[in-house]
Design a protein around this ligand. Structure first.
Ligand code: ATP
Length: 508
C-alpha cells in the first residue's frame, strides 16, 4: 500500500485533491476537491445516503445550518469541554497536540487523559520541545471550535459547527412533528463540520474543515435491548478489539456478531447491528474486511455522555485509526437540550400513555474525507505489468463510469460514429471523450483515474455497428452492439461480468 504522502501527490497530480489556496502558500488542514475529487466525494455521499436513508423505512434526513444559535453548543457541552490537550514550549512557543506528541515519542495512548496526568507523563519522560529542546508549560485545554461574529453586532459570538449531530437534536421536535416516524427511527445528515485542530496531519485524515455523514438512531427506553433487524447480521464476521483485549494486550479477533453479543463484548443488539451495518457498507464498496476492525473505547477515552463507544477502524499506512465513531449517547443530548431550551422534546407514547425521551442507542458518525482516503488507498494498484497505476474504485464510486474513444482521430467517419455512441450514453452516465494519443495511452490514462470500462469505436464498428468494451480491472475486451450498449454498461457497472455481456475479443 502506498503511504499517505504518496496518496496526496497522486491526488494532486490527477485532480482529485489540492491544498486549498495553494497559490498563496495554502493553509494547513484545508483542501480543495478538484474535478475528479468532487465526483468521488459526491458519489461517496450519495452511496451513504442511499444505504442509510433511501433504502430504509426507518430513517429520514435533514440539512441543517452550519452556524446556529450558540446556545446549542453550550447545551451540548462543546463550549465547556470540546478540547484537546495542548503543549506549548516555554521558550519558543511551539505548540503541539499533547496526545499525538506523546504517541509519537513514547508510543503511548494518552487520548482523553486529564491534563494533570499529561503533565506527569511529560515530566516523568523528560519530554522536551522538538524545535528548541526547552521545557513545555503545563498542558492546557484548547477548544477546537472556530468562532465567528454574526452581523455587525460586537460580541455576537457564534461557532462553526464542530459536528453535524447537535443540529439533529436541536431540530428533533420539528422533524418528529412533520414526519410520520415511529420509534425506533433515525435522523441522518451530511454536511460540513469545522474543528480548529491543533496539528492537522496525514493529508485529509485530519483536516480543519471536513464533512460528516451522521445518523442519530432513537429507540424507546424499554426497547434498547430489542433490535428487530439483528438477525440479518448475526452470522456476520467482524474483527473485534474490545477494551478488555486492549487492556490484556491481546490481539484483535475475528468473531461473528452473534458471538460478540452472546459473550457480552458488544453490550446491546442495536450497537452490534449498526457496527455490522457500517462495516458491511465499506466492505460492499470494496474495502477488504481484513483491513477493518471495530475497537471499543477504553474507559478513560470515552466521552462523558457515552455509555459505550466503538470505532470502526481502518489499517492506514500510518496504523489502525478511526474512520467512524459509534457512540451510545443515551438520552444525554435530548435531555441537555430540554434543560437548556426549556422546550419539551419528549414524545408521547401511545402504549404507555406517557411521555418518553428516546435513547440514542448509537450514533454512526462518519467523516467523508476519511472514507475518501480509505477508498483511494484500497483502490490504488501499481500494475507493473501494465506499466501504469490502476485505480480499482468500485464502479458506484468511480468519478467517470466510462470513456469513448474513436480508434483514430483523423478519420471523420469514425469520429462521427464515436460521437454518436458518446452522445447516446452521455445523458445516462458521467462519461468523457478522449481522442488524443494511442488507444493504449488512452486506456492507461483511464485506468489511472479509475474508469471501470472504456469503449472504442473502430473500423469494424462502421460495418457491424458494434463497439469494443474493455474492463479496467481485467483488461478483458468484448464486442457489443451499439444498440444495447447503454444496458450493457449499466449491467457491467452494477457488477455483472463483462464476458457475460458481449462476445470476447481475442487479445493480440
Ligand atoms: P479523532 O479521535 O481521530 O480526533 P474524533 O473521535 O474526534 O476523531 P468524532 O468526534 O468521533 O472524531 O467524529 C466523527 C468522525 O468525523 C470521525 O470518525 C472522523 O471520520 C470524522 N472526523 C473527525 N475529526 C476529523 C478531522 N479533523 N478531519 C477529518 N475527519 C474528521
Amino acid at each position: 500500500m502506498i503511504n499517505i504522502d504518496e496518496l496526496a501527490v497522486f491526488c494532486k497530480k490527477k485532480g482529485f485533491i489540492y491544498p486549498s489556496s495553494e497559490i498563496y502558500g495554502g493553509m494547513a488542514g484545508f483542501f480543495d476537491f478538484g474535478p475528479l475529487g468532487v465526483e468521488l466525494k459526491n458519489n461517496i455521499k450519495a452511496a451513504w445516503w442511499k444505504a442509510h436513508v433511501h433504502d430504509r423505512d426507518d430513517v429520514t434526513g435533514i440539512d441543517g445550518s452550519i452556524i446556529t444559535n450558540p446556545k446549542v453548543w453550550v447545551a451540548s457541552g462543546h463550549v465547556g469541554s470540546f478540547t484537546d490537550a495542548l503543549l506549548e514550549c516555554s521558550k519558543c512557543g511551539f505548540k503541539t497536540r499533547a496526545d499525538h506528541f506523546i504517541e509519537d515519542k513514547l508510543h503511548m495512548d494518552t487520548a482523553g487523559l486529564p491534563l494533570k496526568q499529561i503533565d506527569e507523563i511529560v515530566r516523568h519522560h523528560k519530554l522536551k520541545c522538538e524545535k528548541c529542546g526547552s521545557q513545555f508549560r503545563d498542558a492546557e485545554g484548547f477548544n477546537l471550535m472556530f468562532q465567528t461574529n454574526v452581523g455587525p453586532i460586537a460580541g455576537s459570538v457564534a461557532y462553526l459547527r464542530p459536528e453535524t449531530a447537535q443540529v439533529i437534536f436541536a431540530d428533533f421536535r420539528q422533524v418528529t412533528d412533520t414526519s410520520r416516524l415511529k420509534l425506533p427511527f433515525g435522523i441522518a445528515q451530511v454536511g460540513r463540520a469545522f474543528r480548529n485542530e491543533i496539528s492537522p496531519r496525514d493529508f485529509i485524515f485530519r483536516c480543519r474543515e471536513f464533512e460528516q455523514m451522521e445518523l442519530e438512531y432513537f429507540v424507546r427506553p424499554d426497547q434498547v435491548h430489542k433490535c428487530p433487524y439483528l438477525e440479518e447480521f448475526k452470522a456476520y464476521e467482524l474483527m473485534v478489539y474490545s477494551a478488555e483485549m486492549q487492556e490484556k494486550k491481546q490481539e484483535a479477533r475475528n468473531m461473528s456478531v452473534g458471538e460478540a453479543l452472546h459473550k457480552g463484548i458488544i453490550k446491546t443488539p442495536w450497537h452490534a447491528y449498526w457496527l455490522a451495518f457500517e462495516h458491511a457498507w465499506f466492505a460492499g464498496l470494496g474495502v477488504r474486511p481484513e483491513r477493518l476492525r471495530i475497537r471499543q473505547h477504553l474507559n478513560e477515552e470515552k466521552s462523558h455522555y457515552a455509555l459505550d463507544t466503538w470505532d470502526l477502524e481502518y489499517n492506514f499506512p500510518f496504523g489502525w485509526k478511526e474512520v467512524q465513531g459509534m457512540a451510545n449517547r443515551t438520552d444525554f443530548d435530548l435531555k441537555q437540550h430540554i434543560r437548556h431550551s426549556g422546550k419539551d422534546l419528549s414524545l408521547y407514547d401511545e402504549d404507555s400513555k406517557s411521555k418518553i425521551v428516546p435513547q440514542v442507542v448509537v450514533e454512526p458518525s462518519q467523516g467523508v474525507e476519511r472514507a475518501f482516503a480509505v477508498f483511494m488507498l484500497e483502490a490504488y494498484h501499481d500494475d507493473k505489468k501494465r506499466g501504469n497505476i490502476v485505480l480499482k474504485l468500485n464502479p458506484r464510486l468511480a468519478p467517470f463510469k466510462s470513456a469513448v474513444f474513436p480508434l483514430v482521430a483523423n478519420k471523420p467517419e469514425l469520429v462521427k460514429k464515436a460521437r454518436e455512441v458518446y452522445s447516446s450514453l452521455k445523458p445516462h452516465f458521467n462519461i468523457y471523450w478522449d481522442q488524443s494519443g494511442s488507444v493504449g495511452r488512452r486506456y492507461a490514462r483511464a485506468d489511472e483515474i479509475g474508469v471501470p470500462a472504456c469503449i472504442t469505436v473502430d473500423f469494424d464498428s462502421l460495418e457491424d455497428d458494434s463497439v469494443t468494451v474493455r474492463s479496467r480491472d481485467t483488461t478483458e475486451q468484448v464486442r457489443v452492439p451499439a444498440s444495447i450498449l447503454q444496458s450493457v454498461l449499466a449491467d457491467f457497472l452494477s457488477g455483472r461480468e463483462l464476458n457475460e455481456l458481449g462476445k470476447a475479443v481475442k487479445s493480440g
